[in-house]
Write a protein that binds this ligand. Sequence first.
Ligand SMILES: [Zn+2]
Length: 330
Amino acid sequence: MSRTQFIVGVDLGGTNIVVGAMPADGTRQLGIRSEPTHAERGSEGVVDRIVSMVAQVISNVISAEGALPQDFLGVGMGAPGPLDREKGIVVVAPNLGWHDFPLRDSVSERIQLPVTLDNDANCATVGEWWRGAAQGGRNVIGVTIGTGIGGGVILDGELYHGSSDVAGEIGHTTIDSTGRYCRCGNYGCLEAYASGPAIAVRAREALERAEVSMLHQLVGGKLDQLTAATVYEAANRGDPLALEIVHDTAKFLGTGVANLLNILNPDVVVITGGVTKAGDALFEPLRAEVKRRAFRPAVAACRIVPGALEGTAGMVGAVATFKQQKLGGA
Ligand SMILES: [Zn+2]
């Protein structure tokens, strides 16, 4: 009997680093760890943290599964982009404060294993496609909503990177040409309306106008502590103002998703991130908005679903992209 081989997945985010291992067939998630990124400690501090988390995961899997060090094939890594995948470099990552940082080789030199690097939202999309809610799709678009809005595009069963690794930057497509300022420098980007921080900003603006809402009590009157999660919580408890914010969010996202349907005609759009906690209050009006705006055959061919791999889609997809790049085919 041949020994089980394992691949380690790393999802590097601006807030947290998630590391875990999977057998190469992707059937199980093992030894999952999540720790704060501490981006303020600089790139070397972040690399130290990744290296020690990978070592801990490998040692846990060795003891729990009876594996040997040579059973680990390598490490797939997802990081905020844009990236130069060929050189393994993070070109710009505002949340980490990085410019042209050689992340892949910095990690690879320390752990003495092959490492691959891809965009974090690409990884989340591939993760949902391989083992989550987008399984079986042929043309899949992933939309990841957190501090920003990222995206991934799978066409005819292959991750599409574009001509310079920029494909899938759905958060920075324009939904209102004279709209809100976006930190990318553009106006009216989807991200400026529907990212976690943008949802919180819109809720604060609404509270300044509205008399009653549970949101006031949930943050003890301290509006600066209001986050998107507060809005979802209040919406789930039936607060009318919070429901209105979620409804508006659904319309913004629906506008962006309708554009994607008319451009790429996907069979699955999978939405991941905290926003999915709003549940049907988000997804029903989102689907209705898409139906209003996109061509009927495109709407009929597409299911729009929440992700199924809460918190680990990026890690799972990092494993899958390693497998695809180093072993050929996931
Ligand atoms: Zn933008």
